[in-house]
Design a protein around this ligand. Sequence first.
Ligand SMILES: NC(=O)c1ccc[n+]([C@@H]2O[C@H](COP(=O)([O-])OP(=O)(O)OC[C@H]3O[C@@H](n4cnc5c(N)ncnc54)[C@H](OP(=O)(O)O)[C@@H]3O)[C@@H](O)[C@H]2O)c1
Length: 277
Amino acid sequence: MVKVAVVGATGAVGREMLKTLSERNFPAKQVVALASEQSSGKQVSFGEEKLLTIQPLTHYDFHGTDIALFSAGSQRSKEFAPKAAAAGCYVVDNSSYFRMHQDVTLIVPEVNGNNLQSTQSKIIANPNCVAIPLVMVLKALESLASIERAVVSTYQSVSGKGRKAMDELFRQTKAVMVGDAIAKEEFPKQIAFNLFPHIDTFREDGITFEEIGAILSRRYGVPVRFENEALKKCKIRASFSGTEPLDHVASVLSAIRNGSFEQITDGTIVFTGEGCN
Ligand SMILES: NC(=O)c1ccc[n+]([C@@H]2O[C@H](COP(=O)([O-])OP(=O)(O)OC[C@H]3O[C@@H](n4cnc5c(N)ncnc54)[C@H](OP(=O)(O)O)[C@@H]3O)[C@@H](O)[C@H]2O)c1
């Protein structure tokens, strides 16, 4: 039997964790609920009958705790997960903080759970809630055929923004129904009966022609040059199987910018074409 700490126990995810631990009769001798100083002393439900008293994360000593489920935001994971691990506790981190860390294993049990056997790290990251079901499907498909490319659109729920956002949706929905004014705190605009086409930061998709040049160079073992610098900046989205002849690939790529290519005597491919700002 193990001792388990749920970090972020008052939050949307933390409360689900407590619910799941209880519903599944997780073999824990003790479950501890941790949150911010503001919640210290408050109580949260653990199953139908039990209540747990919130302890502040900042003063919690992780020695003697076997597993900590972290779900209190990246900053808390950054600061407290290494401390918990140093105290001998396994940390399963729900935040994004450790996902791309080299020394931390990113695990989706159904996909790469085996990696747990070889990892040295006591911190285990889990991916974003969209990525988890996606890789589970891709893994199943990959057992049937090799996947070259996946095009994915995701739709984020209000709950993804946490407990306060869900409360705001509830209050706004009620206000719409009774004709009250809509108060906005968590979202920049009314979210009830609405959806936002843009959340978070938009990133440039596609890679530049210059990067494509580097890929061609590696793939075909030839130097690549551009006649005008502005051509290097053009963003292009293209994929080739890798079996096509170089001149075919180069002619397709150059045509995208109304240009052409030439292979000069030392083998260098020189691209011409309309540049981009
Ligand atoms: N991997 C996944 O599938 C997945 C899915 C959803 C969310 N998440 C991640 O899980 C985390 C929590 O999300 P959520 O939706 O549950 O958010 P939430 O409802 O806003 O809850 C945040 C929790 O963090 C606690 N917290 C905030 N500041 C703290 C501090 N300084 N010290 C200690 N505890 C603090 C809060 O405690 P108080 O109530 O005391 O403020 C609360 O328990 C986020 O990092 C989110 O990105 C992961």
